[in-house]
Design a protein around this ligand. Structure first.
Ligand code: HEM
Length: 398
């Protein structure tokens, strides 16, 4: 016997949790056949944690087996994106992360609060009330791209271009996605040249200037990491907001509780990240030698995905894991990953997510779906979990 629905089958995405529950119980390390390559899916919290702590888990796609490459899944290797710290192992990762953390510090991120609030309000000013709008298109997607554009120091009139180049990455064909990536990379290279000649108080200028002793980022590493900052925080943050709004609409009692107790926003945000966070899985890992996990030996070089969405509902760790409880304390969700690759932008994502939900709830005392619940569909995407569309009607206070 097997899971009720195979992971990543088309009908899996609507509700992956029955499959996750079966896998955690019966086959916690599960081989999934992708076209041309076998991928290992790890679903138990304890096993995910063990792999995150295991230095033999490489993120460098050059260490993947031949099947992974022949199947055309090595999008990072050989492109500028491969130079982002997301795809680097120590010692390169350590060196780059030290520099990037200086620039993306908690203190600096806290200083962006006003910027995030202003952009949030601007976007909501432009949303038409009393009629059907796709909240993802008018609000959730534009917010993170405008915020990252502004903090990177990208001129305001170029934000629309950023959006256009990023859009194809979210849905359309591989060709369009590659074309968008190429244009964005070329633009990033150009803007780095501009900032080198004329630095100002922004993240790109700070990355150019960052040094650790006599070590600096190379030109390729700068391009890869600026691109990494734009792409890592775009779909994820957008879907954090979208999935969060849907989770609250699905649980009117929790929504009411949050409206009546705004200070619950901190724990509500953590619970949304756990309950339906935007990272269904990590990026691929490749063991540098055979590793044993959950009673299974995974051969060196075979791709592994850690199912963060499954670990986040593990009953060994969370009481009543399938319930949305915005007052849940001690919430050890793993949606930002763990260990050396723990999300560099977590503080910014939380700031954007909380500001977006708080402002939306304050300005619109009545938010409702504009279609029936059955019509709301999740995108069939492996790593990022998010909705195709979120049609709502917003009713302002009068
Ligand atoms: C890494 C989640 C937003 C930048 C990661 C990882 C996760 C994650 C799970 C680790 C991936 C792995 O281990 O395979 C999220 C979620 C977000 C979010 C759920 C929003 C809700 C952001 C934002 C930024 C960002 C806003 C920056 C603007 C990064 C970077 C890394 C990373 C640079 C790589 C860190 C490293 O490899 O050392 N994120 N992220 N993320 N994230 Fe985020």
């Amino acid at each position: 016997s097997g899971p009720p629905v195979e992971p990543f089958a088309p009908e899996f995405y609507q509700d992956p949790h029955p499959t996750y529950a079966w896998l955690r119980k019966h086959r916690p390390v599960h081989p999934v056949q992708f076209p041309g390559v076998r991928v290992w899916l790890v679903t138990r919290y304890e096993d995910v944690r063990a792999l995150y702590n295991d230095p033999r888990m490489s993120v460098n796609q050059e260490t993947a087996n031949t099947d992974f490459h022949t199947a055309g899944m090595a999008y990072g290797a050989g492109t500028e994106m491969g130079h982002s710290l997301l795809f680097k192992d120590p010692p390169d990762h350590t060196r780059m992360r030290t520099l990037a953390s200086k620039v993306f510090s908690a203190r600096r991120i806290a200083g962006w609060r006003d910027t995030v609030e202003r952009i949030t309000d601007q976007l909501l000013d432009d949303v038409a009330p009393h009629q059907r709008v796709d909240l993802l298109g008018v609000f959730c997607y534009p917010l993170p791209i405008m915020v990252i554009g502004e903090v990177l120091g990208i001129p305001g009139n170029d934000h629309r271009k950023l959006r256009q180049w990023m859009d194809p990455l979210v849905g359309l064909s591989r060709e369009e996605a590659l074309a968008g990536t190429k244009s964005l990379m070329a633009y990033v290279r150009e803007i780095i040249t501009v900032k080198r000649a004329d630095p100002s108080d922004d993240v790109i200028s700070a990355l150019i200037a960052a040094r650790d002793g006599d070590r600096k980022l190379t030109e390729d590493e700068l391009v890869g990491n600026v691109f990494g900052l734009i792409s890592a925080g775009f779909e994820t943050t957008a879907n954090l907001i979208g999935n969060g709004v849907l989770a609250l609409l699905d649980h009117p009692d929790q929504l009411r509780l949050l409206r009546e107790n705004p200070p619950l926003m901190d724990s509500a945000m953590e619970e949304i990240l756990r309950y339906d966070g935007p990272t269904a899985t990590t990026i691929f890992r490749f063991p540098t030698e055979d590793v044993r996990v959950g009673g299974v030996v995974i051969p060196a070089g075979e791709p592994i995905l850690m199912a963060l969405g499954a670990a986040n509902r593990d009953p060994e760790v969370f009481d009543d894991p399938d319930a949305l409880d915005i007052r849940r304390g001690d919430n050890a969700h793993i949606s930002f990953g763990r260990g050396i690759h723990h999300c560099l932008g977590a503080a910014l994502a939380r700031l954007e997510g909380k500001t977006a939900l708080r402002t939306l709830l304050r300005r619109y005392p009545d938010i409702s779906l504009a279609v029936s619940r059955q019509q709301i569909r999740y995108k069939p995407a492996v790593i990022v979990r998010g909705l195709e569309e979120l049609p709502v009607v917003l009713q302002p206070s009068r």
